[in-house]
Structures are given as C-alpha cells and as structure tokens.
Design a protein around this ligand. Structure first.
Ligand code: NAD
Length: 368
C-alpha cells in the first residue's frame, strides 16, 4: 500500500505526519510519498523524511500514486476517484464539499467525527489538538496581560495573583486550568456538565455551579444546547465572576452548532482595562458578542482574541500528536500486511467515514 502526505494550505503550520511516523509505516511495508516542503513549518525538512524512508514528490504525484492520502485540511490539489482520504474536514459545517467528494468516488474519513469512546482516545485529534490550544491560550494571555500571573511579595511591594475565568471545562478548558494554576493564577470555572466538577476541583480551581442544565448524558460526553432560562441564569453568574476576572478563556462548543454566547458586550464593559479574553470557540461563532475569528480587537481596554487555531502555534508537537492519532487510525483500517481493510461493523470506522461508494454514508452528515 502507498500512503501520501500532502502539504497543508499556507495558513497552516502543521503537517499530518512527521518523519518519525514515516519510519514506523515503512516498517509495516507501507510506501510513503510526501509533497516537497510539507513538513518545513513543523521543523521537518524533506531530507528528514527521505532519511526516514519517504519519497519526495509533487502534490499531483502524491495524489495519483497513493492509495491513502493523509492531510489535516481539505487538499488544494484535485483528488482522484477510488482514493481514501484521512483528515479533519468538519463535515457538519462543510456538507457541500462532502457531497462533491462522494460524487468523485472518494472514501473520506474525518477524524473529528470519531465517537468519543475509550477505544477512540488514541486516535482523537480533537483531544490532542485541544490540549495544546488550552495550554497556548493561557500562555498567549500571559503574554498580552500587562501584569504578573503569580502572587509576589517583594521589597518593592506586593503583587496579587491574576484571576483566571474559564468557560467550558472540556479538554482545552482543563488544560487551561492546569496551565493557569502552574503559572500561579487563581482559577474559576463554569461548565454545563456537572460531571467535570471533580476534575476541575482536583486541578485546584473553583467550580461554579448553575442549577438546571440540560441533561447531556446521552450526547457522548459532549454538551447539548441549553434552555433560554438556563442561559439567563448562567449569564447572571458569569457576569458576577467576569467583573473580577483578569483573564477569561472561553472554550464552550456544541458539536455541529454555533457556539453559545456566554459573554455579552455589557459584561466586557464591566471588566477592568488591561483584561484579556481568549476565545478558542471563535471558528464556530465565538462565546462572546464581540469575538472576531482570527482577529484581536480591543473594547474599552479589554483585548478579545478570537483564535481557534492555537494548536498551529506549536507545530512540532501538534504534528507529532496528530501523526500519532493518524497512525493509530491507520492501524484500524489496514491489515498486518499493510493492506487496506475496512470493517464496516466497527463503530470507529463507521463513525468517522463520511463518503464511500459514491454516497455520503454518515447519518449525522446526511441529516445536517
Ligand atoms: P467541546 O470542545 O465540545 O466543548 C468544550 C466544553 O464546553 C465542554 O466541556 C462543554 O460541556 C462546555 N460547554 C458547552 N456549552 C456550555 C455552556 N453553555 N456553558 C459552559 N460550558 C459549556 O468539548 P471537548 O473538549 O471536545 O470534550 C467534551 C467531552 O467529551 C469531554 O469532557 C469528555 O467527556 C469527552 N471526551 C471523550 C473522549 C474519549 O473518550 N475519546 C475524548 C475527549 C473528550
């Protein structure tokens, strides 16, 4: 079998597989082709890939010769019928691309659609990349924030610790709590899933409960949309906390839907000048009234950073972990001899396959 790695679009710094993973594929007897320059921004040169046993090609050569094409974003190069493509395509938001790939006869796997089960954890690109986003969100905030994070008692006077408010304690939120605590901040947290309370507290943060959240126990670990009444109650409590916060990291998302607005303009106007909001839900609309995706704006002296691509600011480790996820997924869809083997009874194969046999085969995408 031949696997091909494509260079990502110019806005992306990551690559779907680093040389260390290429060597592991070669051991399985899989030939690896890589588009020239694909790994450069992730500190992996063509020569590193060659040393690991890959062949350097053009994009068109990679597409025409490979059985499986590995990428992160939608490839810029035209794909060919019969190819298997593995990436992160957000199919619920990009149904027309999925239709056109189905018509082109591609078998497309989108790793962001994997069920969030224990068996899927090693392939879970959302988790591996969200973990980085949570970490970098705090570091980015610390860089912009005009004060210290830790408490200091010095001869020149005392410094109070920064107050960090985290909205959404999923993978990114939990890492943001841990990183904020390591830097010495005092951390408060909101989430609609009461199940995260213990994890939040074990990281040394305060969990603020809002009664009456919709039951999300059947949503596979994800959040669900809340009633208007709950959202009002939650906004009131957030308003109390946000007025005291120095840094706010917002991460709240609902799969396939617009992100909920948790921070209103009037809440931002009640914040202290110099405060920072990092909104990592910006790609799906953001959690504040004022978020602009891929932009930093200032309102009344408060910086509002809309950035859902923070994993790309750490391209080496982000690519390493993404590649590890891809390798684990490849092991699921290939035989020991390195041939393609799709088991349609497997919930992970079924749950991540979007197009096959000329059709969209994923129920959530056909219904989107
Ligand atoms: P996410 O990115 O979809 O959402 C981030 C957080 O925002 C979630 O914790 C969610 O509850 C919260 N949120 C949504 N609406 C909110 C609101 N109105 N107010 C406050 N918070 C709100 O979540 P994620 O990081 O992808 O993880 C979601 C959950 O999935 C995890 O906590 C875990 O239970 C599960 N998970 C399972 C696996 C696995 O087993 N393979 C891997 C990762 C995550």
């Amino acid at each position: 079998m031949i696997a091909g790695i494509l260079k990502e679009p110019s806005f992306e710094t990551r690559v779907s597989l680093l040389p260390e993973a290429v060597a592991a594929l070669r051991k399985k007897g899989i030939t690896v082709l890589i588009e020239s320059g694909a790994g450069v921004k992730a500190s992996a040169a063509d020569e590193d890939y060659e040393r690991a046993g890959a062949e350097i090609k053009t994009a068109a050569e990679v597409v025409s010769s490979s059985d499986i094409i590995l990428c992160i974003h939608k490839p810029a190069t035209a794909l060919l019928p019969g190819k298997v493509v593995i990436g992160v395509f957000q199919p619920l938001f990009n149904v027309s691309d999925m239709k056109s790939w189905a018509e082109q006869g591609l078998t497309v796997f989108s790793l962001d659609m994997l069920p969030r089960t224990t068996r899927a954890q090693s392939m879970d690109v959302l988790s591996s990349q969200a973990n980085i986003a949570g970490y970098k969100a705090v570091l980015h905030a610390a860089n912009i924030f005009p004060k210290y994070f830790p408490m200091f008692m010095t001869a020149a006077g005392s410094i109070a610790p920064a107050k960090l408010l985290i909205l959404g304690a999923g993978v990114a939120g939990l890492q943001a709590i841990a990183t904020g605590r390591r830097l010495g901040a005092v951390v408060e947290v909101f989430d609609t899933r009461p199940a995260v309370k213990e994890e939040v507290m074990s990281l040394g943060a305060k969990f603020i409960e809002v009664e009456g959240a919709a039951d999300a126990s059947k949503a596979g670990g994800y959040a669900v949309e809340q009633t208007e009444e709950f959202m009002q109650k939650q906004k009131q409590k957030i308003a109390d906390s946000i007025a005291k916060a120095d840094i706010v990291i917002t991460t709240a998302q609902i799969p396939g839907k617009k992100a909920p607005i948790l921070v209103t303009t009037s809440m931002i106007e009640a914040m202290k000048r110099g405060s920072v909001i990092i909104d990592i839900a910006s790609a799906t609309g953001g959690n504040t009234d004022l978020t602009k995706n891929n932009e930093t704006i200032f309102h009344n002296g408060v910086a509002i950073v809309g950035n859902s691509a923070l994993a790309s600011s750490m391209p080496s480790d982000a690519s390493k972990l993404y590649g590890k996820n891809v390798m684990n997924f490849m092991a699921l869809i290939t035989s020991k001899e390195g041939n393609l083997q799709l088991n349609w009874e497997d919930d992970l194969v079924k749950g991540s396959c979007i197009t096959h046999d000329g059709k969209i085969v994923h129920e959530r995408v056909t219904g989107a």
